[in-house]
Structures are given as structure tokens and as C-alpha cells.
Design a protein around this ligand. Structure first.
Ligand code: PMP
Length: 438
């Protein structure tokens, strides 16, 4: 037995809190030793012991083309050779903004006129909220329980994912005065949202919602729910921020908004946030919206936002090349892999007698270990989540790397070819039996 991963983890823990630079990586809810990765190509990641795994994490979303796509790597190398960071405008950042706006316009009449590039999803949502407050002159923010929008103060109430995994209600260090500005509402619950607006409608700056939540596992909006949110908010003079950091350019060429339009659901939010895929695996995110809102940002308007590395040329090269390679064929391939893997996992769980439901939004999916489809955070938390660690570790032992938490989506890539998929399919029956025995 090699102990390289364990040794690396021990060494990391002595110098990095919890041994990790982002909490869920610590295997807190599944136990065991996190794998320290040294390389990733296509659908495969390789750990420090030289073991390879078929990857269903995809860097938590960005790697839609698979890891280290040769054309993306070449574009990054070329950009790096021209200079890592200028702190000045570059032609390519405009091209990326045009690509983002163009993708939504191609899907239908779009409220996305202008885009600003930032470095993380957290920054994108934080800026979107400041912008909504600046635009409306109001303070209150409405978010949904179980939705994650990054780790800025206003957004850490009932925030799913890492917090759900760690069973934390929120975060220490958030001033009560700040927390009080955020109202948390159960997801997919029209009556609860109406009640909040009936009481606080005049003071609400914005509702922020994941386009299709995937940070409490996948919990898609009920048909028409996003349109309902937009209609209700606008009737009360509030704005709507659709957070597509995770779904944007992953579930389709125009994100989940585009998928909804394809299903004939139209809604015109005020601000979108993007991350992950838009940076092609580099630190890059974006927010965008109607021109009159976006022009409130400095230097034109009174809402301040800035960043030394915003629009970084190397990150822009990765994002732009990734988006240009993410054609309709790529999205069809992702849908097909998601079909195959989710159907096979469900069949294996059924065969092993494990009660479960497949939760799905576009090519994103996850499982709840319960008899009923989960429509909100409370339902997700009621599942038999203790079955997941056994399932997860069995998959890992059979060479498949899943997200180390039941509250996360599984991420497929266009590099999941037949060989990769068949390795996943071979592993599933063992994992399902392990979950049954848990
Ligand atoms: N919004 C959503 C929907 C996310 O999934 C995430 C990250 N998982 C964020 C915001 C925050 O992005 P980042 O981790 O880049 O700060």
C-alpha cells in the first residue's frame, strides 16, 4: 500500500488549514484520504501515487472539453508567452465579452448587453448584488435555501454545498447586521416568495437564484419557476440575478437560460453571473446585464468594482478558446454521456435495492437517496445521505472519482469516450451494493 496521498495530506494539514484551499476537497463528509492530483488529461485524473481515475468532478464544472484540451493549452501557452498580466485593456477581453453576449443573443431576445470580467464566481455574484443595490437604492436581498453563490458575507446564509456537507448553518465572522439584509426562502415555493414580497417588497433590491440549483445536489426549478421569480420581482421594482456560474455554458451554448428558452420558458432577468466554463479552467468569471444597469459600474457609474487580475490575458485565452470549441456537437455529446451514466447508476442502485431518485438539469445530475424527488433544500437533507460515503469510496476504489459529497452534481465532459464510460459502468454495481450495505 502506498502512503503518498496520506503523507501529502499530513504535510498539507500542518501548513494549510484542513490541508485544503477549498473545504469540500478535504473529504470531510465521505472520510478517508483526499487524492492529491498531479495531472489530468481528457476524462482522466492522475494522483500522486500514479493511480488514474475517470473523473466526474471536472474541476467542479469548467472542464467541459475534458482536461488539458490541446487547443486550450496551446492558447494558454501562447498568451503566457506574450505576458502573464498587463493591468491594462487587451483586445481579447472584448472578444470574450462579445462571445458571451453573442451566445445568449443567438438563443433569443436577451437582456445581456454588456459584460464585466472578474476572477471568481464569488466576485461576480458579490458585484451583481452591489450593482442591484446601487440600481434600486434598496438593501434587502432574497436568496433560496440551499443555493450557493460563493462566499461573500451576504450570501453565506443557508448556502448549500460545502456548508451542507459540513452541516454548518452559515458562517462565523458574518456581521449580524449583514446577515439581516439577506432573506432566505425555501426553493420552488411560490407562496413563500410571495409572502416575503408582501411584507418587504418595497425594500428588496434583488432576488438571486441559481438558474438551476446544483449546489445541494441538482434540484431543477419547477417549470416556470424562474419566470415566476422575474415577474414577481419586477412587479415590486426589484431586480433578478440569475447565477449561471455553474450552469452557464455547461448545460448548453446559452446556459440554463438558453435551455429554458428551448423549452419555451422565457424570462428576462436583470443580471447574469458566469464562472467556471467561461474561464476554461483558469480563474475567470463574469457578470452581465442590460446596458443601463451595467453602466452603473465604475468608471461610468457610482457602483465600484475593480480587479488587478480582472480580464487576465492568460485566463481570457483559456475561456475564449474553450467557448469557441464548445459547439452544439459538444453539448449533444455531454447530454448523451449524462444520459448513459445517470441511467446506468440508477439501474445499479435499483438492482441493489437502494431507494433513490435521479435529479437532473440539462447534463447535470445527482442522486437523492430517498423515495421522492427533492424540490428544495429540506427534502435534500431528509435523504439517507449516509449511504453516499460507501458509494463514493467504492467508485474511487474502482477508479472513478466522484464529487466527495452527496450535495454536489456529477460533471461529465466531452472527453468521456466509450472507454471512460465503460469504466464508470463497470464500477457502478459494486458501489450500489456498497451503498445498500451502508
Ligand atoms: N455561484 C455558483 C452557482 C457556484 O456554483 C459557485 C461555485 N461553486 C459560485 C457561485 C462561486 O464561484 P467561485 O468558487 O469561483 O467563487
Amino acid at each position: 500500500m502506498s502512503h503518498v496521498n496520506q503523507d501529502l495530506f499530513d504535510r498539507a494539514r500542518s501548513i494549510i488549514p484542513g490541508g485544503v484551499n477549498s473545504p469540500v476537497r478535504a473529504f470531510g463528509s465521505v472520510g478517508g484520504t483526499p487524492r492529491f492530483l498531479v495531472e489530468a488529461h481528457g476524462a482522466t485524473v492522475v494522483d500522486a501515487e500514479g493511480r488514474d481515475y475517470v473523473d466526474l468532478v471536472a474541476s467542479w464544472g469548467p472542464a467541459i472539453l475534458g482536461h488539458a484540451h490541446p487547443e486550450v493549452v496551446a492558447a494558454v501557452q501562447e498568451a503566457a508567452a506574450r505576458g502573464l498580466s498587463f493591468g491594462a485593456s487587451t483586445p481579447s477581453e472584448t472578444e470574450l465579452a462579445e462571445e458571451i453576449v453573442g451566445r445568449l443573443r443567438a438563443a433569443g431576445p436577451s437582456p445581456l448587453d454588456k459584460v464585466r470580467l472578474v476572477s471568481t464566481g464569488t466576485e461576480a455574484t458579490m458585484t451583481a448584488i452591489r450593482l442591484a443595490r446601487g440600481a434600486t437604492g434598496r438593501d434587502l436581498l432574497v436568496k433560496f435555501a440551499g443555493h450557493y453563490h460563493g462566499h461573500s458575507d451576504s450570501l453565506l446564509a443557508a448556502a448549500g454545498s460545502g456548508l451542507a456537507t459540513l452541516a454548518l448553518p452559515g458562517s462565523a465572522g458574518v456581521p449580524e447586521a449583514v446577515a439581516r439584509q439577506t432573506l432566505v426562502v425555501p426553493y420552488n415555493d411560490e407562496a413563500a416568495l410571495e409572502a416575503v414580497f408582501a411584507e418587504h417588497g418595497d425594500s428588496i433590491a434583488a432576488i438571486i437564484t441559481e438558474a438551476a440549483p446544483a449546489n445541494m445536489g441538482v434540484v431543477p426549478p419547477k417549470p416556470g419557476f424562474n419566470a415566476f421569480i422575474v415577474d414577481l420581482a419586477h412587479r415590486h421594482g426589484a431586480l433578478v440575478i440569475i447565477d449561471e456560474v455553474l450552469t452557464g455554458f455547461r448545460v448548453g451554448p446559452a446556459g440554463y437560460w438558453g435551455v429554458s428558452r428551448r423549452d419555451a420558458v422565457d424570462y428576462q432577468p436583470d443580471i447574469f453571473t458566469f464562472g467556471k466554463v467561461v474561464g476554461g479552467g483558469m480563474p475567470l468569471a463574469a457578470l452581465g446585464g442590460r446596458a443601463e444597469i451595467m453602466d452603473l459600474l465604475a468608471p461610468l457609474g457610482p457602483v465600484y468594482q475593480a480587479g488587478t487580475l480582472s480580464g487576465n490575458p492568460v485566463a481570457v485565452a483559456a475561456g475564449l478558446t474553450t467557448l469557441r470549441l464548445a459547439t452544439d456537437e459538444v453539448y449533444s455529446a455531454l447530454d448523451k454521456v449524462a444520459d448513459t451514466v445517470s441511467i446506468a447508476a440508477s439501474a445499479a442502485l435499483t438492482e441493489a435495492g437502494v431507494e433513490h431518485v435521479v435529479q437532473r438539469a440539462g447534463n447535470l445530475f445527482s442522486f437523492v437517496f430517498s423515495a421522492e424527488t427533492a424540490h428544495d433544500y429540506a427534502a435534500v437533507q431528509r435523504q439517507e445521505s449516509w449511504r453516499y460515503p460507501a458509494f463514493f469510496h467504492s467508485m474511487l476504489d474502482h477508479g472513478v472519482s466522484l464529487p466527495p459529497s452527496v450535495f454536489e452534481a456529477w460533471f461529465v465532459t466531452a472527453a468521456h469516450d466509450e472507454a471512460a464510460v465503460s469504466r464508470i459502468l463497470d464500477a457502478l454495481p459494486h458501489a450500489a451494493r456498497a451503498a445498500a450495505a451502508a
